[in-house]
Write a new protein. Structure first.
Length: 337
């Protein structure tokens, strides 16, 4: 069934148009005329009940295909992890992908990076034009790494082989006022640690140990210690003349506040802790249970025989030189009084 509305008529029998009514007065003046706007008719249809069988569900809308990005977000279209087969040893492949120089520390170390950070007296936020705190710390770190402790001690007139007191036989004679720098070259017999001046230390023992703390895990702190050249399970008297000492690279493991000693362990040629376990996983005890060791290359040393890598070598040299002079003066007073 269709319906077409009738167009309204005027009193003269002509079709009515709003545009033509407005522009009728102007049409005579110009050569062109505006077209008349015809009112449109609308067509409608009433569907019977049987039409639903042929048309189907008209309310569901047209069929459409989902976008690819929408499909890959589904679980059934997500690729499984087992699809990608990777080699078991990835390190050779990663080593081949290093192109050009890099500032990254590629070597693995047993020490945290913050254990090498020196102590600087600078604010965290500085004024423009002044040296930032991190720059000054990096400069000090590089300066400390270039210093040679043996050369600094030699310039101070200190013989490393004479830092540790040794037993002297009764037949030993001292030649006074002989040709040399020391007019009275008496051998030292007092321990050097009793003359240590703790005012040279920039950190407390607990702060030194905490420098190895990283992500809640305690790691060793790098340093150099005066230790015997040969490691032996038979720990002889430190004053034994057959034991030779030298400064070697160590890792500081812990500190004993009762004995004021540090537990250190030697490093291997690769800069890592050298593991030399005792036979049958035993524990070696010397001078009481507070000086236990689990490796043959572990030692308990006083602070005067230990220099941390984050410590100024020049200040540590003055510390050792001050202790040596104090010991020499004290031994002279004991000898002549």
């Amino acid at each position: 069934m269709s319906f077409t509305p009738k167009t309204p008529q005027t009193s003269q029998g002509r079709q009515f148009s709003a545009t033509s009514a407005r522009l009728r007065g102007r049409s005579s003046q110009g050569a062109h005329r505006y077209p008349q706007i015809q009112q449109r008719g609308f067509y409608s249809d009433i569907l019977p009940h049987q039409a639903e069988r042929n048309l189907g569900n008209v309310l569901s809308g047209p069929q459409m295909q989902q976008d690819t990005l929408w499909n890959i977000g589904k679980e059934k279209h997500t690729p499984k992890v087992t699809t990608f087969q990777t080699p078991k040893d990835m390190k050779p492949l990663l080593d081949q992908q290093v192109y050009g120089p890099t500032t990254e520390i590629l070597t693995k170390s047993d020490f945290p990076e913050r254990a090498y950070a020196p102590k600087v007296q600078l604010p965290y936020y500085v004024e423009p034009g002044k040296t930032p705190r991190k720059i000054e710390m990096e400069r000090q770190k590089r300066h400390y790494a270039k210093q040679d402790l043996n050369e600094l001690l030699t310039k101070e007139g200190i013989d490393v082989t004479k830092l540790m007191p040794k037993h002297v036989s009764k037949d030993h004679r001292v030649h006074l006022n002989a040709c040399g720098k020391d007019p009275a070259p008496f051998p030292a017999y007092l321990p050097l640690e009793i003359f240590d001046n703790t005012e040279y230390d920039c950190r407390t023992p607990e702060e030194w140990i905490r420098m190895g703390l990283e992500n809640g895990v305690q790691k060793p702190v790098p340093g150099r210690a005066l230790l015997p050249t040969v490691d032996s399970l038979d720990r002889k008297d430190p004053k034994d003349p057959n034991i030779f000492y030298h400064w070697c690279e160590v890792g500081v493991l812990e500190y004993n506040p009762d004995t004021q000693l540090y537990l250190v362990q030697k490093l291997d040629k690769h800069g890592k802790l050298a593991n030399k376990p005792l036979p049958d996983d035993s524990v070696y005890t010397r001078n009481g249970p507070q000086t236990r060791i689990f490796m043959s290359n572990q030692y308990w040393v006083p602070r005067i025989r230990l220099m941390f890598c984050a410590e100024d070598p020049a200040a540590f040299t003055k510390r050792v030189a001050d202790a040596v002079r104090s010991r020499r003066q004290t031994e002279a007073l004991i000898r002549y009084n």
